[in-house]
Design a protein around this ligand. Structure first.
Ligand code: ZN
Length: 150
């Protein structure tokens, strides 16, 4: 059986809220996604890449909009991995702009984080559209929604 995982990560990869906030955010998400088989918060020592699984199709430049070749992106990921994803700075090949691997236009969204809130197989149709916004208020940071499919 395949799984869909609804994930929320901070916009800033290194950001981790304090323990109390992490637990509040987890409880809030759990009570607002009753259909999910599992809801959990994770804080990792290192920055991790949170991918969209089968939902990932392509990546493009946030500045000029051109699609970025997968080979180039993979090489940039390898290089960033050497710094445990602490240095995500890149110069994109399309227009020579400076940006970050975290800010590329991923279709669908992906990102880097130490703090991840996840819900397994929630009822996405019944999802409150304002939930991410409410979660941002609780977490004290801007969040990115990642829907992974495996
Ligand atoms: Zn570009």
């Amino acid at each position: 059986m395949s799984d869909t995982i609804f994930q929320l990560i901070p916009d800033q990869p290194a950001y981790v809220p304090d323990e109390e906030t992490v637990s509040l955010a987890e409880q809030f998400l759990r009570s607002h996604l009753p259909g999910a088989s599992e809801v959990y918060a994770e804080v990792s020592e290192e920055i991790r890449f949170i991918d969209a699984g089968a939902n990932y199709e392509s990546v493009s430049c946030p500045i000029c909009g051109k699609e970025i070749a997968n080979e180039w992106w993979l090489a940039a990921m390898d290089e960033a991995y050497e710094s445990q994803f602490n240095n995500l700075d890149i110069v994109v090949p399309c227009c020579g702009s400076k940006t970050s691997l975290n800010n590329l236009d991923y279709h669908s969204p992906q990102g880097f984080a130490r703090f991840v809130l996840s819900a397994r197989n929630p009822d996405i149709q019944g999802l409150d559209v304002r939930l991410p916004e409410k979660m941002e208020q609780i977490s004290g940071t801007k969040l990115r929604v990642i829907q992974s499919h495996y």
